[in-house]
Write a protein that binds this ligand. Structure first.
Ligand code: ACO
Length: 199
């Protein structure tokens, strides 16, 4: 068993693993988007492929990203829109004029944080510590590469195995219950863990 950073060539194996394990599936470009933007955050667990000598088979993955920072007011200042005044003349309006107080507060409060988009391990390789290991590698990279201060994720209320992993083993807290978060109507636990540098 080997755990290593995911590469572009792993994406078909990751997608295959996802399709076998979870109802939440994504178009190929979404995996690609993660790898392109945050290449350090996604990991795979591999074993030698007994059907293809010398090749690896992906038996687990974690796909993670950093949350995008809100656009800063000063960044938006340049991007002005022209609004037509009563006299017919176009008047420049700065984007900051459109931000609510709540939105402005979000910008001030923002700290770097990661998000685990998807995690899974093939059935015959479960309960061997693979998922825990993948999560720890990804969370370490969030801290070391992006200065991540916390990590969040969503999990189905009924997912006992994942809940055990997140809440009991890794010590995530439930932040809130998001009603009907999933397309079949099931609620999600929105979970969060404050990150501490690991030794
Ligand atoms: N019931 C109860 N506890 C379990 C179960 C289970 N079925 N499976 C694992 N655990 C516990 C382990 O005993 C271990 O506990 P410990 O730390 O106290 O010893 C802990 O969870 C971690 O176990 P791992 O061996 O690291 O987990 P594993 O490699 O088996 O993978 C996973 C767990 C990812 C949830 C796996 O069952 C799976 O792939 N399930 C289907 C896909 C899925 O549900 N993914 C998560 C969706 S949420 C998201 O993607 C953000």
């Amino acid at each position: 068993m080997n755990i290593r950073q995911a590469q572009f060539a792993d994406l078909p194996g990751i997608q295959n693993c996802n399709l076998s394990n979870l109802p939440e599936n994504y178009p190929f470009k979404y995996y690609f988007f993660h790898m392109l933007n945050w290449p350090q955050l996604s990991y795979v667990a591999t074993v030698p492929d007994d059907k293809d000598l010398g090749q690896e088979k992906i038996v687990g993955y974690v796909l993670s990203k950093m949350t995008e920072p809100p656009v800063k007011q000063q960044d938006q200042g340049d991007h002005t829109t022209k609004k037509r005044s009563k006299g017919g003349k176009k008047k420049k309006v700065a984007a900051k004029d459109f931000l609510s107080e709540e939105e402005q507060q979000k910008i001030e409060d923002w700290i770097p944080n990661g998000h685990v988009t998807s995690l899974s391990v093939l059935r015959s390789y479960r309960r061997m510590g693979i998922a825990g290991n993948l999560m720890k590698q990804s969370m370490r990279a969030m801290i070391e590469c992006y200065g991540g201060k916390y990590v969040s994720l969503h999990v189905r209320e009924s997912n006992r195995a994942a809940l055990h992993l997140y809440r009991d083993s890794l010590r995530f807290d439930v932040q809130e219950i998001e009603k009907s978060y999933y397309s079949d109507g099931e609620n999600a636990y929105s979970m969060i863990l404050y990150l501490e540098p690991q030794r």
